[in-house]
Design a protein around this ligand. Sequence first.
Ligand code: PLP
Length: 383
Amino acid sequence: MEPVKRNILLNPGPSTTTDTVKYAQIVPDICPREKEFAGLMKGLREDLVRVVHGDLEEYTSVLFCGSGTINIDVCINSLLPEEKKVLVINNGAYSTRAVEICEYYGLPHIDLRFPVDERPDLAKVEEVLKNDPDIALIHTTHNETGTGILNPIREIGALAHKYGAVFTVDTTSTYAMIPIDIAKDNIDFCMASAQKGLMAMTGLSFVVGKRAIIEKSASYSKRSYYCNLFLQYDCFEKTGEMHFTPPVQTIYATIQGLKEYWAEGEEGKWARHTRVFQAINRGLDELGFRQVIKPEWRAGLVSSAIYPDDPNWSFEKVHDYCYERGFTIYPGKISTTNTFRLCALGAIDEKDIEDFFVVFQEALQASGVSVPVHYSEEKGYRS
Ligand SMILES: *Cc1c(COP(=O)(O)O)cnc(C)c1O
């Protein structure tokens, strides 16, 4: 097996993959309608439930061909009963996506907004629930990948259930990284795609959630032909297959990614991501960078650094310098503050981050940015 050039991706997914995952895609051609392939998907679906410790009787997973956003679309358009309302607890770009999905489908919804650098105020959430018995679906994001803030999903889930609503959580940037227990965390549906925590390839996304709720949703309005949760679930249950063509090679890569996930172990993997995250924070601190999110609120996977007030600072220049040397950094996703992100996803370790900061510091020097970087006023947080 010829090693593939290794790039260190510090963007929030797709993430750096192992060569064994890359090569898992090189297999004899197969028609995905063959029993052999359906068998592979059956094992895969069960494993995806096991990652979040779901009981296989009570929980199931449903696969879709698409990027992670398809899961948000599927959950919201499929799980809302007639005449009912969606509540989106929104403190960032990914929850805003859910709001836009409600708008596109014309679904009644409440966009309950909180500042992007703050956790949602649970008292306000409860106030809204108390006053609006029509809310049947609550959606939020676990790790708001745009900033790296961790939302209190277990508490939000408890509120959802207290008021009889279904709770869907976008766990795309925590699944198979931060340990999740779907039942204990009060989650009805969570979701992810193969290229993030599972460190596989793009093109496969999946929703993990309660069978009973999916079955109940069979009678709800069908608002999308391609992206309906019950239709896809029903097809899997009856035939073992995806309704339409699955991303064959990505499925092979994901099965290999899961093998490597079990070998590394939930705890071991989270410890590695934490090690990488701490190395990123150390590096940023040493160079004087400030971050958007308070240390105690960070999910531990995404650092959002604020642009320094230096006339020579250019994200593009620094990005290009690093990119040419095999390291990819990523712009921020906050409209009010200029930020860039460094993420701890993927098959990388502390040493890769140390190597990155050597190159990053060279990039700052090459563009004439003074180090440590400075800010014209007190802002953000150190680690
Ligand atoms: C990556 C990500 C998604 C999916 O984004 P795509 O661009 O569709 O891959 C959704 N939610 C969160 C929180 C994410 O980090």
